[in-house]
Design a protein around this ligand. Structure first.
Ligand code: COA
Length: 136
């Protein structure tokens, strides 16, 4: 939980077999009045990147945000060069809303930050399809 009561929460990402914790999802800046929050994720085991775990964990985290928390919109942002992150977020229903040009220093360059968001109504049909394939 974050410092301010009820404004952020995290879920551990644990492998079904072996109970190993491989990462974490976060839902921060939860604003019940606006119905918004900011989502994030980190998969610590690099050998699992690209295997679908990020998509699955984000779908579950968004489901919690839109059903249990009853939010209407979850935002995120990503460095423009992080193509894997952009790709998996689009699979979860995120769409680009804007771009902060040359916003961050990265190594010896300035990079854009892409602002993304997913709305509950756009997530719902993706969830229905995703939930059908979830193991019992
Ligand atoms: C970003 C992250 C959470 C994604 O999780 P993941 O398990 O690797 O992602 P998934 O396997 O679910 O999906 C990745 C998708 O991107 C695609 N992809 C991978 N590399 C890509 C690239 N270089 N360019 C475009 N697409 C790419 C994959 O093909 C896959 O799509 P597909 O299933 O349709 O084939 C994970 O890689 C991670 O923790 N990275 C480090 C931290 C980070 O970048 N966090 C996000 C900050 S906003």
């Amino acid at each position: 939980m974050g410092k301010k009561k009820d404004t952020s929460l995290s879920f551990a990402i644990v492998l079904r077999e072996g109970d190993e914790m491989i990462g974490v999802t976060s839902t921060r800046n939860i604003d019940h009045r606006q119905g918004t929050a900011v989502g994030g994720i980190l998969i610590g085991r690099k050998d699992l990147w690209g295997t679908g775990v990020g998509t699955e964990a984000t779908m579950l985290s968004l489901y919690y945000a839109f059903t249990t928390l009853n939010l209407r919109k979850v935002c995120s942002s990503v460095y423009a060069f992080n193509e894997r992150s952009i790709a998996y977020q689009k699979k979860c229903g995120f769409r680009e809303e804007g771009r902060l040009i040359r916003q961050h220093r990265h190594e010896f360059d300035w990079v854009d930050e892409i602002l993304l968001a997913v709305f509950a109504e756009d997530f719902q049909p993706l969830w229905e399809k995703f939930a059908k394939d979830l193991p019992e």
